[in-house]
Design a protein around this ligand. Structure first.
Ligand SMILES: CC(C)(COP(=O)(O)OP(=O)(O)OC[C@H]1O[C@@H](n2cnc3c(N)ncnc32)[C@H](O)[C@@H]1OP(=O)(O)O)[C@@H](O)C(=O)NCCC(=O)NCCS
Length: 330
């Protein structure tokens, strides 16, 4: 849901940038039955831009928001103070436009809600503009799982994890040297590795390339030797975090930096991402070197910012922001 909401937020930002004079508050209310597949007639608040609102849930029989989806029509209110139907989100709001949003089958599933601090802000032209705009709204069902099955670099294939990778992954994840500076414990049993595979499947379903496993192109057995992934650390702020681990026998060949480049190229091309970050324990200079090889900037050391393996850890923070990003040659 996080990545989907980031996409919706980006859509709202584009809309607001086209009509800044009327969008003092702009957001999406969804039918809860659509968003959470619950047997409910309530509307629930999705992404929004503007002041915080307490109205995160609205019964369909209340307010202009309820009216628009109940009556399946656009509601354009010139002066909200003259109508008792209005549920006040902000005392500054004077006019409001609510445009229902239909799915591809024509069923109304959500609505665009815009509040303006001026009276009668939504002219017929603006109403038409926003009715047209909702046709490009990113619907939940269009939001597919992470679509790329594999990437290729000079020496590597990066691909989604498969159930048959269980033993390969267990082999390197049980090594305490590999697990020393990561958030997870060395795998004790195959069940620990199964949890990793289950996590990967749920992560792809949410649209994240996390983790993509690494296989050497020239290995006929196609053994999995590590993984690189991009975690949606804060989609609202467009921040993704890089994570990686490699089988010890392959350390020192520059493989993780090579594999990371393919995923980072993809992310800056396809995701609403502004900042790629990566942290490593100050005692893990090998990982710092990977980030340096990726051209990431060292931002500082966050003291005791992670509690790992029973101890507070000082972490180096590195980043690569969109304005500094130049696509890597693979
Ligand atoms: C950190 C890690 C991902 C680096 O991946 P890698 O592909 O081996 O990285 P590189 O080959 O670019 O080597 C990075 C540095 O590690 C050091 N290094 C190389 N071979 C090494 C070895 N066998 N043992 C220890 N350090 C070694 C070198 O300083 C090297 O820098 P250099 O190329 O400038 O000499 C890998 O060591 C690993 O998986 N470690 C365990 C998991 C982990 O710590 N993940 C990161 C959590 S933040």
């Amino acid at each position: 849901m996080d990545i989907y909401f980031a996409k919706v937020l980006a859509w709202l930002e584009t809309l607001k940038s086209k009509q800044p004079a009327v969008c003092d508050w702009i957001g999406i209310y969804y039918k809860e039955s659509y968003l959470h597949k619950l047997n409910s007639t309530d509307l629930v608040l999705g992404p929004f831009i503007g002041e915080h609102t307490d109205h995160v849930r609205i019964p369909i029989d209340r307010g202009f928001c309820g009216m628009a989806l109940r009556e399946e029509r656009t509601v354009n209110v010139a002066d909200v103070t003259k109508d008792s139907t209005h549920i006040a989100c902000s005392l500054k709001t004077r006019s409001e436009l609510v445009v229902p949003i239909a799915d591809k089958a024509g069923h109304f599933v959500a609505e665009l809600d815009i509040d303006c601090n001026r009276l009668a802000a939504f002219t017929p032209e603006l109403e038409t503009f926003f009715k047209e705009a909702v046709k490009s709204f990113p619907l939940l069902e269009e939001f597919a799982p992470f679509p790329v099955e594999s990437f290729e670099t000079e020496r590597l294939i990066l691909r989604k994890v498969k159930q048959t990778d269980l033993n390969d992954i267990f082999e390197y994840c049980q090594n305490p040297n590999v697990a020393r500076y990561v958030t997870w414990e060395p795998h004790q049993t195959i069940a620990d590795t199964q949890k990793f595979i289950d996590y990967a499947q749920s992560s792809y379903a949410k649209g994240a390339p996390e983790p993509m496993v690494l296989v050497l192109k020239d290995d006929p057995k196609g053994k999995v030797i590590g993984s690189v992934g991009l975690i949606p650390a804060s989609p609202k702020n467009r921040i993704f975090e890089l994570a990686y681990a490699l089988s010890e026998e392959h350390w020192g060949k520059g493989l993780v930096a090579e594999g990371s480049k393919a995923i980072i190229n993809y992310a800056f091309n396809h995701f609403a991402i502004e900042r790629l970050q990566c942290r490593c324990d100050v005692l893990n200079p090998q990982s710092s070197r990977v980030m340096e090889k990726l051209g990431m900037h060292y931002e500082g050391t966050l003291k005791a910012s992670m509690y790992l393996k029973g101890k507070p850890r000082d972490m180096h923070m590195y980043s690569l922001v969109r304005s500094d990003f130049r696509p890597y040659a693979l």
